[in-house]
Design a protein around this ligand. Structure first.
Ligand SMILES: Cc1cc2nc3c(=O)[nH]c(=O)nc-3n(C[C@H](O)[C@H](O)[C@H](O)COP(=O)(O)OP(=O)(O)OC[C@H]3O[C@@H](n4cnc5c(N)ncnc54)[C@H](O)[C@@H]3O)c2cc1C
Ligand SMILES: *[C@@H]1O[C@H](CO)[C@@H](O)[C@H](O)[C@H]1NC(C)=O
Ligand SMILES: *[C@@H]1O[C@H](CO)[C@@H](O)[C@H](O)[C@H]1NC(C)=O
Ligand SMILES: *[C@@H]1O[C@H](CO)[C@@H](O)[C@H](O)[C@H]1NC(C)=O
Ligand SMILES: *[C@@H]1O[C@H](CO)[C@@H](O)[C@H](O)[C@H]1NC(C)=O
Ligand SMILES: *[C@@H]1O[C@H](CO)[C@@H](O)[C@H](O)[C@H]1NC(C)=O
Ligand SMILES: *[C@@H]1O[C@H](CO)[C@@H](O)[C@H](O)[C@H]1NC(C)=O
Ligand SMILES: *[C@@H]1O[C@H](CO)[C@@H](O)[C@H](O)[C@H]1NC(C)=O
Ligand SMILES: *[C@@H]1O[C@H](CO)[C@@H](O)[C@H](O)[C@H]1NC(C)=O
Ligand SMILES: *[C@@H]1O[C@H](CO)[C@@H](O)[C@H](O)[C@H]1NC(C)=O
Length: 521
């Protein structure tokens, strides 16, 4: 072969590589300009809005993406998905940015729903339709002053879609009205190739089943969903008010107080779904603190007869207050900041019962301060019979408690210690529960990158069916993250996905090379 042939071949190869890479850059440029021309945004680290847009709830998991695309229309979400998936450029879907694992972000392209903020309440069908960028605060504002409540989070800055896809409990209302996922009538979903489908009990019912509890970031991009809202008729109070009991014990015999509470649950509350609790326990060698937020969705005249016998037992509460609260009042009273000031690690154990051996572990959660912890606590969310629709992917119809330990700290150097302390606590709790088989898994919405055996812990017996559904709707596993649901016979994996930064640098190098090559001839 002569030299000139070799040159010709090399030229052809380089030109075709350049062509492919430039075609990629071209379609990315077209995507960006289309999004902008329809009122959307494209944010890079140099943009003034970038930092606020990329900031996650939890400082410990902050990741700064290369590029944030904020489409303003459903068509542009579809265009983004079909363009990026055909180039095999990985994305993450960003909503309210509360994922404890940071799975709404990565060092690549993020598709952010922040501009999809429409919210429509239909008072006749008693439903609310919410676009992907809506957060619960938007819904509570729209319902404020009405008789109605939605099944959203106590923390008002959580995104409605991420919350609902993982099940979504409201610690004050779910025992009365079910989980968020129980209340979804339909979803509108953009698939990896941009095709938009509806999922409801009659249309694509497998996808509808999976989206209700199967978790954010799998199957597809939820563009909007319609959920039932509920009239607070039982309380007989105006504006959707309910009785909110703040019951606090400080430095008392905390084990007896908790045992009395567990007896009250078994004898009274288990059969009365108007009663809900969110309990916070903090103990150290000098002091202890037990605070119960309790809602009673019945007439306030019944409070004394329902709660009186329990609360008159020793040890009596140190503080006890009853408020007439609305859903808006409660999120204001709790005042959870966004983003949080500290770094934090929160875990979950879904439990059927709380046994004596588990109480031993919970009351011994006193991590020492060498890790520089600002705080450590255990939350007990009482969820007996909170799951009203058993035909969903939510895997915990039988539990009574989400036991959620957490730690917070400020110094990044303490990350490994803080994580080890809390993960060890969870393991001790699981060991203590083993003989009674009380702990059956972990709550997907408190997603924990360090959780062992997470497939079984999050999904229990639903894992195989969820994989089948993922195989049908996302066969190449485009919607992917480290704790995502892989399809069967998956054709490609992370090593075959391209980084955007790789594409950009690659195309630059090729451009320079091809220029040099041309100049040489
Ligand atoms: C302070 C705090 C309080 C909380 N309180 C509660 C509570 O009371 N009850 C409860 O059940 N949970 C609670 N959670 C957990 C919360 O429900 C989950 O973190 C939830 O996943 C957050 O959703 P998001 O949209 O805010 O977060 P994001 O991090 O934006 O999203 C979470 C996951 O969903 C995916 N996702 C987001 N939008 C879409 C979409 N449109 N389509 C498909 N996937 C999408 C993301 O990719 C990510 O994997 C709380 C969390 C925090 C930090
Ligand atoms: C909710 O409505 C009440 C009156 O019904 C009003 O005082 C309050 O400011 C409203 N809150 C919000 C957050 O809109
Ligand atoms: C979802 O359900 C609501 C209420 O029944 C209905 O108005 C709406 O058209 C439905 N949306 C889709 C996409 O089916
Ligand atoms: C709460 O509402 C009930 C019933 O309307 C009323 O009797 C009671 O006084 C109110 N309590 C407070 C603290 O406002
Ligand atoms: C509940 O009571 C405790 C103790 O008085 C107090 O610290 C806390 O702020 C109260 N919380 C709410 C929401 O009322
Ligand atoms: C305190 O915690 C650190 C980190 O977990 C551990 O190495 C150390 O042994 C602990 N000290 C005591 C006194 O428990
Ligand atoms: C939980 O407690 C109830 C009531 O005491 C009991 O009937 C049941 O067997 C317990 N379940 C487990 C798994 O311990
Ligand atoms: C997109 O993918 C779905 C699921 O694999 C498929 O049914 C649909 O036909 C695809 N759409 C296009 C335009 O290829
Ligand atoms: C991913 O792909 C690589 C190379 O193609 C292969 O070696 C690896 O086993 C794959 N991983 C999985 C989880 O399929
Ligand atoms: C993408 O880039 C990041 C940071 O440069 C790197 O850690 C990651 O491994 C890359 N992913 C792939 C699939 O190349």
């Amino acid at each position: 072969m002569s030299d000139s042939y070799i040159h010709l071949y090399i030229t052809i190869i380089i030109l075709s590589v350049c062509f492919v890479i430039n075609a990629q850059s071209d379609s990315l440029n077209t995507l960006e300009s289309t999004i902008i021309s329809h009122g959307g945004q494209v944010l890079r680290i140099t943009d003034p809005q970038y930092k606020a847009a990329a900031t996650l709830h939890n400082r410990a998991i902050q990741i700064w993406p290369d590029l944030i695309l904020r489409p303003a229309t459903y068509d542009d979400v579809s265009l983004a998905l079909s363009t990026l998936s055909s180039l095999r450029i990985p994305i993450r879907i960003m909503g309210g940015r509360h994922s404890y694992g940071g799975y709404c972000s990565h060092q690549g392209i993020v598709l952010d729903s922040a501009l999809l903020k429409d919210l429509n309440i239909d008072w006749t069908t008693e439903t609310v339709t919410m676009q992907a960028g809506v957060i619960w605060a938007d819904v509570y504002r729209a319902l404020n002053g009405s008789e109605y409540v939605a099944l959203g989070g106590l923390c008002p800055t959580v995104g409605v879609v991420g919350f609902t896809l993982g099940g979504g409990y409201n610690a004050m209302y779910s025992r009365s009205f079910g989980l968020a996922s129980d209340n979804v009538l339909n979803f509108t979903v953009a698939l990896y190739n941009g095709t938009v489908v509806t999922a409801s009990s009659t249309i694509n019912s497998d996808l509808y089943w999976a989206l209700r509890g199967g978790g954010g970031g799998n199957f597809g991009y939820v563009l909007e969903m319609t959920q039932k809202i509920h009239r607070m008729s039982e309380t007989k109070m105006p504006n959707g008010q309910f009785s909110f009991l703040n019951i606090t014990w400080v430095n008392i015999d905390i084990r007896t107080a908790l045992t009395n509470w567990l007896t009250f649950l078994k004898n009274v509350a288990d059969d009365d779904t108007r009663i809900s609790f969110n309990v916070i326990i903090a103990v150290n060698s000098e002091s202890n603190f037990l605070m119960m937020y309790c809602s009673f969705n019945g007439p306030s005249v019944e409070i004394n007869s329902v709660f009186g016998p329990w609360l008159s037992q020793n040890p009596k509460p140190t503080f006890y207050d009853v408020f007439n609260y609305t859903q808006t009042d409660i999120s204001r009273a709790l005042g959870i900041p966004f983003p949080v000031v500290n770094r934090e690690h929160v875990l979950s154990a879904m439990a059927i019962n709380i046994t004596e051996a588990m109480l031993d572990v919970i009351l011994d959660f006193q991590p020492n301060s060498t890790a520089g912890l600002v705080g450590s606590w255990t939350e007990l969310i009482y969820l007996h019979n909170a799951n009203k629709d058993k035909n969903t992917a939510y895997a915990f119809p039988d539990i009574s408690f989400d036991i959620a330990p957490g730690v917070s700290w400020t110094n990044p150097d303490a990350d490994p210690d803080a994580i080890e302390i809390s993960e060890k606590f969870l393991e001790k709790l699981i060991d203590a529960a083993a003989p009674s088989k009380s702990i059956v898994g972990a709550y997907l919405n408190y997603i924990d990158p360090y959780l062992r055996d997470w497939q079984k812990m999050y999904y229990r017996n639903h894992w195989d069916r969820l994989r089948e559904i993922q195989t049908k709707w996302d066969p190449t596993w485009y919607f992917r993250f480290p704790q995502g649901i892989p399809p069967y016979n998956q054709q490609s994996n992370d090593s075959q996905l391209t980084n955007r930064s790789v594409v950009t640098i690659g195309s630059l190098i090729m451009l320079v090379l091809s220029q040099c090559f041309c100049l040489m001839h």
